[in-house]
Design a protein around this ligand. Structure first.
Ligand code: HMG
Ligand code: MG
Length: 322
């Protein structure tokens, strides 16, 4: 047991957990796409640069989707080249071949397709049925794999519940996961898009996926904190051997389909818990808090992250800038 440093929790490891977790930072994409304000490309680029300086190694940058569907990310062509020199992985979302063409033209080396476990969300998000969306992704994944070394992530939304359909059967989720892996996706991200999951449900899904032959090393988790369950759910996933966790700096973002949703799991809250468990992330919490405080000033509202609120102004965010 190590004594805590200022602004950090006491380190008390627990059994049955991984030694290291890779954080897949989604604030610049999933966070900002759901903010009311449209942030200028220069500010987004500075945000990504500051995130990279905190030690984060995977920073999702933007989406090459139809600008009318997600106006907040319509500046992808301007933003991506402005951060492409950073020594970190910069995944981008591509829904179809048009999106892939745009991403590859700018030198993207990591792309993500985004499927849904439910028909209602597939329609709302992609204007397709689940199967039509999978058919749309097939050539995207095939071509990305052909373009030497391009890594493909497959997101799966509504894995634990859907605002229109209610409960989502585990078998339905397993089926779409298998389809994405068989298509050639290198990793999957299991999304609790409206934040309704609880730890037993997470455990049940991960058990079902293991029984279906899906290796846990190919799985990441993507929790929303709508009902305050994101960290509990993350802990359950870690106990199953998951080592990739999605999070959003400052808890940026929300879900347009869940009223008063508090958005993605905040990266700071995640880092606080992992640090306390003695799990390495490589992230400097103080400089991450300072980055979220800086971004919150641009958005004109405080960060919803409990850890940011606790540490902002405490002196722990030592790299705080004006
Ligand atoms: P559609 O209207 O069916 O498109 O939308 P289409 O294929 O019929 O094409 C219509 C027009 O759009 C055509 O132009 C295409 O060229 C153009 P026209 O010929 O009429 O001039 N077009 C494009 N333009 C730019 N970039 C493109 C592109 N594709 C077509 N990539 C489409 C289908 C998939 C395009 C649309 O539904 C779309 O862009 N959807 C994206 C929505 C989105 O980004 N949602 C947020 C993702 S977040 C998420 O899913 C959850 C996640 O965050 C996890 C979680 O939080 O739980 C991952
Ligand atoms: Mg999200």
């Amino acid at each position: 047991m190590n004594a805590p440093e200022p602004g950090l929790p006491m380190v008390v490891p627990a059994d049955g957990l991984p030694a290291r977790v890779r954080i897949h930072e989604v604030g610049a994409r999933d966070g900002l796409q759901n903010e009311k304000a449209t942030v200028p490309a220069e500010v987004k680029a500075e945000f990504i640069r500051r995130l990279a300086a905190t030690g984060l190694t995977t920073i999702e940058a933007t989406s090459f989707v139809h600008p009318k569907w997600v106006p907040q990310l319509a500046d992808a062509e301007q933003l991506f080249p402005a951060v492409a020199d950073l020594p970190v992985d910069l995944p981008v979302l591509v829904p179809n071949e048009r999106g892939l063409d745009r991403a590859l033209a700018l030198g993207a080396r990591r792309v993500a397709v985004f499927a849904s476990a439910t028909e209602s969300f597939a329609k709302a998000n992609l204007n397709r049925t689940v199967d039509e969306a999978l058919a749309m992704f097939e050539p995207v994944v095939a071509r990305a794999k052909d373009a030497e070394g391009v890594h493909v992530r497959g997101y799966l939304s509504m894995c634990f519940g859907d605002p229109w359909e209610g409960a989502v059967p585990v078998e339905q989720v397993v089926k779409v996961c298998r389809a994405l892996l068989e298509m050639g996706c290198d990793e999957l991200s299991l999304g609790d898009t409206i934040g309704v999951a609880t730890p037993g449900h997470v455990s049940a899904l991960l058990t079902a996926l293991a029984e279906a032959g899906v290796p846990v090393s190919a799985l990441g988790v993507h929790f929303h904190d709508t009902y305050g369950q994101a960290l509990s759910n993350t802990y359950a996933a870690l106990r199953h051997g998951v080592t990739t966790v999605d999070a959003s700096a400052g808890g940026l973002g929300g879900c347009p389909y869940a009223k008063s949703a508090t958005g993605n799991l905040a990266t700071e809250d995640l880092v606080w818990m992992l640090r306390g468990l003695g799990i390495d992330t490589g992230v400097d919490l103080g400089s991450l808090v300072a980055t979220s405080v800086w971004m919150a000033a641009h958005l004109g509202r405080p960060s919803p992250s409990r850890t940011v609120r606790a540490l902002a102004g405490s002196g722990a965010d030592s790299h705080k800038e004006q």
